[in-house]
Design a protein around this ligand. Structure first.
Ligand SMILES: Cc1ncc(C[n+]2csc(CCOP(=O)(O)OP(=O)(O)O)c2C)c(N)n1
Length: 549
C-alpha cells in the first residue's frame, strides 16, 4: 500500500486501539489533521495545548493505556511541556505527537521552530526526532511500548511537516505495540522479604501509585490482610484500602493524620510497594505469621484514638470537609475524582472516601495547578468509551445523534444513545486560583457536554500559599490574595456551563443535590473563608512527628 507519513500515523493509532486523542491544529500538523478527517478516531479540540495534554492524562490514568495528544511546532509544543512533565512525575503513559518545521528549515530559526527534543529531553522517558516517513514504521510502536512498559511515562515524537507528507510503500501496517510484562522477582528475594516481615514486630505496609498503575489493588489488600499489616498510602494510592478498613492508616506525610505519622515513627519494618522507595521487602503473604503483630495492632489502635484525623465541619456542607462529604454522597460511586493543587486538594485527600484508586486523579509529583478540569474531561471521555464497549446504554451526551461512529467528530463528540441511567462522569475539586489556569477548557467541556461537575472552593486567594505565609513567613500575605476576585459562575456561564453559587443558596445541600441530579457539566461555587487552613501540617523540612495542629 502507498501511504503518507500522516496517514501512517493515523492508521497506526487506530490499529493500536486508540479511540480518543486531544490536540490543537497548526501549520506543521495539518497533514495529520487531514488524515484524521478519514478516520474513526475521536479528536477532542482543546482550547490550550496544556488542556489537551491533561485530557490525555485523564484518558490514560483511567484506562491505564497511553493517552495521545497532538500539538503544532513551536508554541504548541511549549504549551504542552507542563503536561509532559506532569506525566513524567506521576508515571503516566503519554504519546505526544508534535509537528516540526520541514527538514530543510530545521536549524534556520524558522517560523514556529523550537528544538523540541532539547526542551523535553529531561521530562520524557524518550523523545525521537523523526526524520523520514520510513522511521515512523518502527518509532510509532516503539513510542507506545516505551510509554506503557515498566514505569510508564511520556514519549514525544517530533515530526517535520514534510515527513508527514512524504509517501512510502508498505506491505502492511506495523503491529500494535504491546506492554512488556515485568520481570518476575527473584524467588529468593521474595522469601527474604517474607522472612523479614515475619520477624518484624511493628511492620507497616506503604503503598504508592505504582500499585494503582499496575492495577494491583486486590493483591496489595490481600497482602495487608494476610499478614495483618497496618497500611498507609501515598496521595497517589488513596482508596487502595477503603477508609473504614481496620488496617487502613490513611495518607502519610505533610497533611496526614497525626496517628499515621506516629505509627510510621514506631514501625520497625517499612514494606514499600509502588512508591519511590526500594520495594525489595515485598513478599508473599502465606509465609507470614500475623500473631507476632497482635501487640502492634493494639498499639496502632491506641495511636489512632489518641491522635485522630479531625475533620471539623464534616456535617456542614458550607465548610470544606462537609462540602466534600456531601459531594461524595451525591456523586456517582464510579465517578472519577480529580483535583487541582492547593488546600482543596489536601482537604479532598484527607476526607473523600475513596475506594477506586484508578479513578482518583491528582497531580502528585509535579503539583500542577490547572490539572483538574482537563483531567476530568479526559477521565469522563474514558468512562464514556468504556461504557460504549460494555454496550450499556449511555446518557452521557444530551443531544441525540447517530450512534456507533465518531466519524466527522473532529472538535466534538456528537454521539448520543437512547435512554440509560446516570453517567458516572467525573467530579473536579478545584480552587479559584487553579481553575483560572485552564478555565478555557470549560469551552471544550460545554462542547462535549460531558457529565463533569466542577466544585470550586473559592477563598479569593491562593490558599495554600497564604497558609504557608501565615505559618512560616510572619503572616506577610504577599501576592496570595486576590484584590478583585473573578466571578467564576459568570465565567462558566459565558462558556456555556451552567453554574450554581452556594453563596446564594438558602439550603446548600439542596442546591448541591439539584446540581448533581442534572446530566451534563456544571460549576458549583462554594465560598470558603480565607482563614481556613489544612491541618495537621508538618512544616517543610521538619520531621513528620513535628506537627502543627
Ligand atoms: C502551575 C503552578 N503554579 C504555582 C504553584 C504554586 N502553588 C501551589 S498551591 C497554590 C495556591 C493554589 O490556590 P487555589 O487553586 O486557589 O487553591 P487553594 O489553596 O486556595 O485551595 C500555588 C500558587 C503550583 N503548584 N502550580
Amino acid at each position: 500500500m502507498q501511504l503518507t507519513g500522516a496517514e501512517l500515523i493515523i492508521r497506526f493509532l487506530e490499529r493500536q486501539g486508540v479511540e480518543t486523542l486531544a490536540g490543537i491544529p497548526g501549520g506543521t500538523v495539518l497533514p495529520i489533521y487531514r488524515a484524521l478527517a478519514d478516520s474513526s478516531l475521536n479528536h477532542i479540540l482543546a482550547r490550550h495545548e496544556q488542556g489537551a495534554g491533561f485530557i490525555a492524562h485523564g484518558l490514560a490514568r483511567v484506562t491505564g493505556k497511553a493517552g495521545v495528544c497532538l500539538a503544532t511546532s513551536g508554541p504548541g509544543l511549549t504549551n504542552l511541556v507542563t503536561a509532559i512533565a506532569d506525566a513524567k512525575a506521576d508515571s503516566v503513559p503519554l504519546v505526544c505527537l508534535a509537528g516540526q518545521v520541514s527538514r530543510a528549515l530545521i536549524g534556520t530559526d524558522a517560523f514556529q521552530e523550537v528544538r523540541s527534543t532539547r526542551i523535553v529531553d529531561s521530562i520524557t522517558k524518550a523523545c525521537f526526532e523523526v526524520r523520514s516517513a520510513a522511521d515512523l514504521v518502527d518509532l510509532l510502536p516503539e513510542a507506545f511500548r516505551i510509554a506503557e512498559s515498566g514505569r510508564p511515562g511520556p514519549v514525544l515524537l517530533d515530526i517535520p511537516k514534510d515527513v508527514q507528507n512524504e509517501t512510502l510503500q508498505l506491505s502492511r501496517l506495523p503491529d500494535a505495540a504491546r506492554r512488556e510484562a515485568p520481570p518476575d522477582p527473584p524467588a529468593e528475594q521474595i522469601t527474604e522479604a517474607a522472612r523479614m516481615i515475619d520477624a518484624a514486630a511493628r511492620p507497616v505496609l506503604y503503598i504508592g501509585g505504582g500499585v494503582t498503575l499496575a492495577r494491583a489493588q486486590a493483591a496489595a489488600l490481600a497482602l495487608a490482610e494476610r499478614a495483618a499489616l497496618p497500611t498507609t498510602t501515598t496521595l497517589m494510592a488513596l482508596g487502595t484500602l477503603p477508609p473504614e478498613h481496620p488496617l487502613a492508616l490513611g495518607m502519610l506525610g505533610m497533611h496526614g493524620a497525626r496517628y499515621t505519622n506516629r505509627v510510621l515513627d514506631e514501625c520497625d519494618l517499612l514494606i514499600c510497594i509502588g512508591a519511590r522507595f526500594d520495594d525489595r521487602a515485598t513478599g508473599r503473604a502465606d509465609l507470614f505469621c500475623p500473631k507476632a503483630r497482635v501487640d502492634w495492632l493494639s498499639r496502632v489502635g491506641e495511636l489512632r484514638r489518641d491522635w485522630p484525623l479531625r475533620l471539623p465541619g464534616i456535617d456542614d456542607p458550607r465548610q470544606p470537609y462537609g462540602l466534600i462529604r456531601t459531594v461524595s454522597q451525591l456523586a456517582h460511586p464510579d465517578a472519577a475524582i480529580t483535583t487541582d493543587v492547593g488546600q482543596h486538594q489536601m482537604w479532598v485527600a484527607q476526607s473523600y472516601p475513596f475506594t477506586r484508586p484508578e479513578r482518583w486523579l491528582t497531580s502528585g509529583g509535579l503539583g500542577t495547578m490547572g490539572f483538574g478540569l482537563p483531567a476530568a474531561i479526559g477521565a469522563a471521555l474514558a468512562l464514556a468509551n468504556d461504557r460504549r464497549h460494555s454496550r450499556r446504554p449511555m446518557s452521557l451526551y444530551r443531544e441525540a445523534g447517530e450512534g456507533g461512529t465518531n466519524r466527522g467528530a473532529i472538535g466534538g463528540v456528537r454521539e448520543a444513545p437512547e435512554g440509560g441511567g446516570p453517567e458516572a462522569g467525573a467530579v473536579c475539586f478545584s480552587g479559584d486560583g487553579s481553575l483560572l489556569m485552564n478555565i478555557q477548557e470549560f469551552a471544550t467541556l460545554a462542547e462535549l457536554d460531558l457529565n463533569v461537575k466542577t466544585v470550586v472552593m473559592d477563598n479569593a486567594a491562593l490558599g495554600l500559599v497564604r497558609q504557608q505565609q501565615e505559618l512560616f513567613y510572619q503572616k506577610r500575605h504577599v501576592a496570595s490574595l486576590y484584590a478583585r476576585p473573578s466571578s467564576l459562575c459568570a465565567v462558566a456561564r459565558a462558556f456555556g456551563v451552567p453554574a450554581y453559587d452556594l453563596a446564594e443558596a438558602e439550603d446548600a445541600e439542596a442546591m448541591l443535590r439539584e446540581a448533581f441530579s442534572r446530566p451534563g457539566p456544571a460549576l458549583i461555587r462554594a465560598p470558603v473563608a480565607v482563614e481556613e487552613m489544612v491541618l495537621p501540617m508538618v512544616a517543610p523540612g521538619a520531621a513528620n512527628t513535628e506537627v502543627i495542629d
